[in-house]
Design a protein around this ligand. Structure first.
Ligand code: HEC
Ligand code: HEC
Length: 242
């Protein structure tokens, strides 16, 4: 413990011009994090897929984390928050410990509620954020499907599907501009068929009808990635005015 404290404070004093306002907070959490990662020794491996799914469900509405496809605007961007610390040599296990600590004990009066996830779920979420923060590329294999396959509400599916990166949608605070805004889909659907069918077709076969002023071949198909119930929930969410 005292070794970790010394290292942390030495690091801080060696860099009086720490960049980024989040850094002091991270440094302060490292000491406690070291204790948690010790406590984690000897337990089973963390389940990253569960961690990702729980992150999307419980944390994504407030935090950006690129690999999880989340874009919540309330809390710090977790890629940005850990990028410079990682570049300066903080290892991913330490990031995991910082996240675990933050989940169990957010600072007093934080808008972030304590223990949104607990026990193994908290450990798994911390492990996933430790793995994913500021990591380029995309998740692969089972992990690629984790967030999306367990998303049930329209909002979670919109988040986990990475729709916000390309589309604006006011109620999700999404501002993507690669595709058309989804704020008035009932109008975009036109008179041809039901608006639900239009939305579901757009998601399964994006190029069947290409929105005016946009390019085909940009939006990925979600065929095989979303089941019937998820498509229905997504369509209802997108078409529900508010
Ligand atoms: C209601 C919004 C909200 C939710 C939900 C939320 N957070 Fe936060 N989070 C914040 C805010 C705001 C902060 C800024 C620091 C503070 O207030 O404690 C924060 C800070 C953090 C930090 C510290 C970042 C840094 O720069 O040191 C981590 C890590 C974090 N949150 C992870 C999570 C995880 C993991 C979850 C899900 C279990 C989660 N948050 C859920 C709002 C939220
Ligand atoms: C990589 C960017 C990208 C992603 C990710 C993406 N889209 Fe799209 N989307 C587009 C583009 C570009 C168009 C316009 C061209 C077309 O119609 O195929 C479009 C068109 C649409 C349309 C038709 C809108 C209209 O006005 O005609 C809907 C609905 C839609 N997307 C919903 C979604 C949903 C829901 C998701 C997430 C599950 C999603 N998109 C993910 C780029 C994207």
């Amino acid at each position: 413990m005292s070794l970790a404290r010394n290292t942390a404070s030495r690091k801080r004093s060696a860099r009086p011009s720490a960049r980024g306002s989040l850094k002091p907070l991270i440094v302060a959490l490292v000491v406690a994090a070291a204790a948690l990662s010790l406590a984690a020794c000897g337990r089973d491996e963390a389940d990253l897929s569960n961690g990702k799914a729980r992150f999307v469900e419980k944390c994504g509405s407030c935090h950006v984390l690129g690999r999880a496809g989340t874009a919540g605007p309330t809390g710090p961007d977790l890629d940005a928050a850990f990028r410079s610390a990682l570049a300066d040599g903080m290892d991913r296990e330490t990031v995991e410990g910082v996240v675990h600590k933050q989940i169990l004990n957010p600072r007093k009066n934080s808008v972030m509620p304590a223990e949104l996830v607990s026990g193994d779920d908290a450990r798994d979420v911390a492990a996933y954020v430790g793995f994913a923060a500021a990591r380029s590329g995309e998740d692969e294999g089972a992990l690629a499907a984790a967030g999306l396959s367990e998303a049930t509400t329209g909002e979670q599916i919109f988040t986990a599907g990475g729709c916000a990166g390309c589309h604006a949608l006011a109620k999700a605070n999404a501002t993507g501009n690669i595709g058309p805004s989804l704020d008035d889909l009932a109008a975009a659907a036109g008179d041809g068929g039901s608006p639900e069918d239009f939305v579901i077709e757009s998601v399964l076969d994006p190029d069947a009808e290409v929105a005016e002023g946009f390019q085909p071949g940009v939006m990925p198909s979600y065929e095989g990635r979303l089941n019937e119930e998820q498509l229905q929930a997504l369509a209802e969410y997108l078409l529900d005015g508010g």
